[in-house]
Write a protein that binds this ligand. Structure first.
Ligand code: AKG
Length: 292
């Protein structure tokens, strides 16, 4: 399934884009979950009088763009979230994506044989002109804040839900930058983490345009960023993370608490009895629902 050449690419570059890996059957249900989340948010903003209409009937890529455009023009826009996740996006469709054999086959080849699906999965609505979603160069480890050791691995999987290129803020990456290990970082004016040294210290950045169905797998030390969305449609994506099953949570600043706030589940194992069901994963989230 994952060839020796593909593994060599991942080891050399710290990432690989696998073209045409997923189909509509895998991605359509995730888009529907997001569309329902959009609808809840739109209805709430409308009821609060923050937008004049609910833009029903607009297609998936345009509805949130229109809402965002109106709401960000209001004199006192309420803070909005640039990443959507946790309970709000939790759904069997996300479990099904996380356990899709096309993803777990590659993840087990890279960090297996048994893998945990991490609870920090994020949907990113990159709205037109919303520069708060233009992510600075970073290694994912910048945001983990825990112990850094070669045996502690987190594999990120970035999945576009619309075609992406330089116009709507596709991912950019510095091939081979993972070989530097964790590099020094600081917080920038947008509250993003970024390297202290110029990016050219670590190599030559490349843009990675992708089509729906392509999947980007990357190492927790691979430098990447995303550009501005200069189109009039939302750049929707979802990113998932896997770790070797049984790995301690030392890589995260919360330690074991991470697994309480972001419950994990075993997504693949050579022993099927070890794999957690959707019901088990859902129950872990429900046990920690924020008190309203
Ligand atoms: O989706 C984006 O714009 C950036 C995603 C990213 O940096 C990540 O998933 O680590």
């Amino acid at each position: 399934m994952f060839s020796t050449a593909e593994r060599a690419t991942f080891e050399r570059d710290g990432y690989i884009v696998v073209r045409g890996l997923l189909d509509e059957q895998a991605l359509g249900p995730v888009r529907q979950v997001i569309a329902r989340s959009v609808d809840r948010r739109v209805q709430q903003l409308h009821q609060q009088g923050l937008i004049s209409q609910s833009y029903e009937g607009e297609p998936f890529e345009r509805r949130w763009a229109r809402v965002f455009a109106e709401y960000s023009r209001s004199p006192h826009p309420a803070p909005h979230l640039t990443v959507w996740g946790r309970h709000d996006i939790l759904d069997r469709a996300v479990y099904d994506l996380y356990t899709d054999p096309r993803l777990t086959g590659i993840a087990t080849a890279l960090i297996g044989p048994a893998i945990t699906a991490n609870g920090d999965f994020w949907v990113r609505p990159k709205a037109p002109g919303d520069q708060t979603t233009t992510l600075a160069w970073h290694q994912d480890s910048f945001y983990y804040g825990g112990v850094v050791a070669d045996h502690l691995q987190v594999l990120s999987v970035w999945i576009p839900l619309v075609d992406v290129d330089q116009r709507n803020g596709c991912l950019k990456v510095v091939p081979g930058s993972h070989h530097f290990g964790l590099i020094p970082a600081r917080t920038n004016q947008n509250n993003h983490q970024e390297p202290v040294a110029p990016i050219s210290t670590y190599g030559t950045p490349v843009d990675e345009p992708m089509q729906v169905g392509d999947v980007f797998f990357f190492h927790n030390h691979t430098l990447h960023a995303s550009g501005d969305n200069t189109t009039d449609l939302v750049r929707w994506s979802i990113d998932l993370r896997y770790s070797p099953a049984g790995q301690p949570f030392d890589w995260h600043k919360m330690g074991d608490e991470y697994n309480v706030h972001y419950p994990c589940f075993v997504a693949a194992s050579s022993d099927p009895a070890q794999v957690d069901s959707w019901e088990e994963w859902q129950a872990r989230w429900m046990a920690n629902l924020p008190k309203s």
